[in-house]
Design a protein around this ligand. Structure first.
Ligand SMILES: C[S@@+](CC[C@H](N)C(=O)[O-])C[C@H]1O[C@@H](n2cnc3c(N)ncnc32)[C@H](O)[C@@H]1O
Length: 254
């Protein structure tokens, strides 16, 4: 996907809050082997490293444009690799901590994926994951609706983005079935207050809208984006706009 680190970082402060909730569940130990799946611009991999003295942290990401910004955080204990999460899973290499913030929602079939990821943990290891679970919000539903209308439907060849994030009870069951000894799994609403409907548009442009735009021909990209912006403006005429954002967080000790 064509990620834009500047656009993604525009709402950095809002995106930090769930990260700090994840950190609160981190089992702090020294000299761990850590992986950050979908590390993006690497800032959070660096923050995790600072919490775990002597630990070796590897951040992997499939987007070169995000990893370019990660280079500034490289040090002897923190490295980044241009690698797909699925490839990492295939490698079978094990870790003490598998961390992932706002990335695994881009991968499908979580019922199968979770056991594969957990299999990469050493005994005593920790799984620490956060993903947006906001797919039923108007801002997300509207994207799906527009994609089903002409001429976008034809251009997208019937493609639609199916939300992969499951109900929290399902993750709890999967963790249990995989031998989790101690777990915390919860969903939380982060109550963002944005200036206006355009701010929701900008937020979504940096994430959820990307797969739609990259599949559309150039002449339809702007039309799709404008249609989306208009619908948001009609639905949210007020200023500021309340944007409640649901996220799923989990920690599992194995
Ligand atoms: C929303 S960003 C989050 C980045 C970072 N974890 C953070 O919280 O700032 C999602 C990242 O997941 C990466 N990603 C999505 N699917 C991936 C995959 N299959 N393999 C590796 N990285 C992936 C994207 O390239 C993107 O950088």
């Amino acid at each position: 996907m064509a990620w834009n680190p500047d656009l993604y970082n525009k709402f950095k402060e809002e995106r930090y809050a769930p990260f700090y909730d994840l950190l609160a569940m981190l089992n702090k130990r020294e000299n761990l082997k850590v992986i950050d799946l979908g590390c993006g611009t690497g800032e959070l991999s660096h923050k995790i490293q600072l919490e775990l003295p002597g630990s070796k942290v590897l951040g992997i990401d499939a987007a070169m444009e995000m990893l370019r910004d990660a280079a500034v955080f490289e040090n002897e204990n923190l490295h980044f690799e241009h690698l797909d999460i699925n490839e990492k899973i295939q490698s079978g290499e094990k870790y003490d901590l598998i961390f992932s913030n706002a990335a695994l929602q881009w991968l499908d079939h979580h019922e199968q994926l979770w056991p594969e990821i957990i299999a990469l943990l050493y005994s005593g290891g920790q799984l620490l994951i956060q993903m947006p679970s906001n797919h039923d919000h108007f801002a997300h539903q509207t994207l799906r609706e527009i994609a089903k209308e002409s001429p976008f439907k034809e251009a997208l060849n019937g493609w639609e983005r199916i939300a992969s994030v499951l109900d929290i009870a399902i993750y709890a069951r999967i963790l249990f079935e995989q031998g989790c000894k101690e777990m915390t799994v919860y969903e939380k609403i982060y109550p963002h207050v944005l200036t206006d409907a355009n701010a929701i548009f900008e937020w979504t442009s940096g994430t959820t809208m990307i797969p739609y735009l990259e599949r559309l021909p150039d002449d339809l990209k702007t039309r799709f984006a404008n249609e989306y912006k208009n619908r948001l403006q009609t639905h949210y005429p007020e200023k500021p706009v309340f944007y409640p954002f649901k996220r799923t967080l989990m920690s599992g000790m194995f």
